[in-house]
Ligand binder design. Structure first.
Ligand code: BG6
Ligand code: MG
Length: 218
C-alpha cells in the first residue's frame, strides 16, 4: 500500500485564524504607534509569537525591555484568544474536510506542524483533532520556521522519511522549512508570494482529490 505523511500547518491552512493573529498584532502595533500593514503581516505568518513581536518592534525602531516584551506578548495573545472564545467548526476553511476525509479513508498519516502554542485547543474547538495521528506545535519546538524542526519532528512521530512527507502551508517561512526538510511543499495562498512551493493553490477548494491521489502514488 502506498502511504505518505501529510503534514498540515494550522493557522491559515486548516482554520481561518490567520486574520485574528493579524488583528491582534495590528492592535498592539497601533498602541505602540507602529504602522503595520497586511504586507508586513506576510513576514509574521508561520513565525513564532516571540519572533513576530521582534519583527514588529524592529518596524517601529523600538528597543524594549524584556519586561515590556512579556507584557505585550501576553496582551497580544489575550486579544487573539478573545476572538477564539466562540470558535467552532465553521472556522475550518472550505475544502479542508474533504481532503482530510480522503486521506483518512486511504490510510494516510495526518500530522499537524504548527508554530502555534494554541494549536491543540483550536483543533478541539474546530472539531478536527481526531483526524490527527500526531501533533507538533509551538510548545514542542525550539527553532521556529523557516527552520525545518517542526516538520522533522512530525515525520519522526509517524516514522516516515522526509521524502515521503507532504506539507501544506500558507506561509513563506513554512514553505522554506518544508523544502529544506526535503519534503514536498504545497502552498495555500497567492502564487506570487508562495513561489518557492512545489505546488500552489488559492485554497483547498481548488485541490482535486486526483491531485491528492497522485501525491499518495508518487
Ligand atoms: C503561526 C502563525 O501558525 O503561529 C503565526 O502563522 C503565529 O502568525 C504563530 O504568530 C504562533 O502562534 P501562537 O498561537 O502561539 O501565538
Ligand atoms: Mg499558517
Amino acid at each position: 500500500m502506498n502511504q505518505k505523511a501529510f503534514i498540515f500547518d494550522l493557522d491559515g491552512v486548516i482554520v481561518d485564524t490567520a486574520k485574528y493573529h493579524f488583528l491582534a498584532w495590528q492592535k498592539l502595533a497601533q498602541q505602540l504607534g507602529i504602522d503595520f500593514t497586511p504586507e508586513h503581516n506576510e513576514e509574521l505568518k508561520g513565525v513564532s509569537r516571540v519572533r513576530s513581536l521582534e519583527i514588529i518592534l524592529a518596524l517601529g525602531n523600538i528597543a524594549a525591555s524584556q519586561e515590556d516584551k512579556e507584557i505585550w506578548l501576553k496582551q497580544k495573545n489575550d486579544e487573539y484568544l478573545s476572538y477564539l472564545v466562540t470558535m467552532d467548526e465553521s472556522e475550518v476553511l472550505p475544502g479542508v474536510l474533504p481532503v482530510l476525509d480522503y486521506l483518512k479513508q486511504h490510510q494516510q498519516k495526518i500530522v499537524l506542524g504548527s508554530a502555534s502554542k494554541n494549536a491543540r485547543p483550536i483543533l478541539e474547538k474546530a472539531k478536527v483533532i481526531d483526524y490527527f495521528d500526531a501533533v507538533v506545535d509551538g510548545n514542542d519546538v525550539t527553532n521556529a520556521k523557516p527552520d525545518p524542526e517542526v516538520f522533522l519532528q512530525g515525520a519522526k512521530k509517524v516514522h516516515f522519511p522526509n521524502e515521503k512527507c507532504i506539507v501544506f502551508e500558507d506561509s513563506v517561512a513554512g514553505i522554506q522549512a518544508a523544502n529544506s526538510a526535503g519534503m514536498t511543499s504545497v502552498g495555500i495562498g497567492e502564487e506570487n508570494i508562495l513561489h518557492e512551493a512545489h505546488f500552489v493553490f488559492s485554497d483547498f477548494t481548488f485541490i482535486d482529490l486526483n491531485f491528492i491521489q497522485n501525491l499518495i502514488n508518487k
